[in-house]
Ligand binder design. Structure first.
Ligand SMILES: *Cc1c(COP(=O)(O)O)cnc(C)c1O
Length: 400
């Protein structure tokens, strides 16, 4: 494929992304190589997706085995991988039922539609209001940008779906003010990921649970970013010890293969009667086979404990760098979802830092203009962490 180049993006693709100057061609574990065979340490994980790194042998084996058997039959039939993954997810979580789709936005779309439909069934059509939080991110479909709490993502796309209100994150009093008899659901991320790696404050999720119970509203946890082992728990709700009514998962669930899932209870799932919702590709055997192989490794106690060890190593390395450069006002997050907030004098420069890291062979992420975000593989080697931090050190030296 030597006849294409990065410049072709600007010519042939819609301009809604600003991809980095490099074109990666292969990866292994937490290293990536571009077309010029330049090597990178991966602290980005494809935005919290490549949970087990690149080309994990178990995932490659699951994918190739399934690819040789059956790719697609549609939901006119059910396949073994879908049945097996659904069963495993219900064994490992609060949920009794699973709906499969292909992305986080679709999982949230399903969750929001189900919440409306369930309330309509049980309480009538007036109970249709959704409460979300400012700064939240729930995907890019029209319903999910309207639900998300960042105006820039819905600007210019009106008319938007109605019946959605926003209150500040981590503010129970604000939630208490707006939640009421017509609220069908509250949707929240246990850690706001895109919104700056902002974790729920102590007691916040439990407080939301109580308010939802009081008003017969469903509590939806968007665990698209925090799920699949990212926080060192299989799902973040397990660490918070607060159980939602509906949970959405995607990103790391397929370890890099596109798959999304909405998890819920028997009682709530009963509202999704035949014909109410669907997806052509949802539950396809390839995604489910890879998802099952990924889940086997992610849900393993060694993997989850390893996330905490890697967290400790990264945090201590980042603190050492901060002692040297005095650039971050806060280093926060759980497990391997970390956010480094830039000090006021560096405000707005997370992209510059990200670009400097790339120039030194390190892939990182941003979460808004002021936060450098890291979401490496849950299996990243200690040596890769050391090497990545060394490259971040060089990037910080450049910048300061
Ligand atoms: C990434 C993300 C989404 C959207 O997922 P897509 O697969 O891009 O549709 C939704 N919610 C959260 C919390 C996310 O981080």
């Amino acid at each position: 494929m030597n006849h294409v180049a990065r410049a072709d993006f600007d010519r042939y693709m819609t301009p809604n992304y600003a991809p980095a100057p490099i074109v990666p061609v292969r990866g292994r574990g937490s290293r990536l190589w571009d077309r010029d065979d330049r090597e990178y340490v991966d602290f980005a994980g494809g935005i919290a997706v490549s949970a087990l790194g690149h080309a994990h042998p178990a995932l490659v084996a699951a994918l190739t085995e399934q690819a040789n058997k059956l790719w697609h039959v549609s939901n006119l039939m059910v396949t073994e991988p879908a049945l097996a993954l659904a069963k495993r997810l219900t064994e490992l979580t609060f949920a009794d039922r699973v709906f499969f789709c292909n992305s986080g936005a679709e999982a949230n779309e399903a969750a929001l539609k189900l919440a409306r439909r369930y309330a309509w069934d049980k309480f009538g059509s007036d109970k249709n209001e959704i409460v979300s939080t400012t700064g939240s991110f729930h995907g890019r479909t029209l319903f999910t940008v309207a639900t998300g709490g960042q105006g820039k993502y819905s600007e210019g796309f009106a008319p938007l779906p109605g019946g959605i209100r926003h209150v500040p994150y981590n503010d129970l009093d604000a939630m208490r003010e707006v939640i009421g008899p017509n609220t069908c659901a509250v949707i929240v991320e246990p850690i706001q990921g895109e919104g700056g790696v902002r974790p729920a404050a102590d007691g916040y999720l439990a407080g939301l649970r109580a308010l939802c119970d009081e008003h017969n509203a469903l509590l939806i946890f968007d665990e698209v970013q925090t799920g699949a082992g990212r926080t060192g728990h299989l799902y973040a709700y397990m660490g918070a010890e607060v159980t939602p009514d509906i949970l959405t998962s995607a990103k790391g669930l397929g370890g890099g293969f596109p798959i999304g899932a909405m998890l819920t209870t028997d009682e709530i799932a009963a509202s999704l009667v035949v014909g109410t919702h669907g997806s052509t590709f949802g539950g396809n055997p390839m995604g489910c086979a890879v998802g099952l192989a990924a889940l086997d490794i992610i849900a393993n106690a060694n993997t989850l404990q390893g996330v905490q060890q890697r967290h400790d190593q990264l945090i201590s390395g980042l603190r050492t760098l901060n002692d040297k450069y005095d650039i971050f006002s806060e280093i926060r997050g759980q497990g391997l979802l970390l956010g480094c907030e830039l000090k006021a004098q560096w405000a707005g420069r997370s992209r510059d830092l990200n670009a400097a890291a790339l120039a030194h062979g390190l892939l990182c992420l941003v979460a808004g203009p002021d936060v450098l975000r890291l979401a490496p593989s849950l299996l990243i080697d200690a040596e890769d962490i050391v090497e990545g931090l060394k490259r971040l050190d060089a990037a910080l030296a450049d910048l300061s």
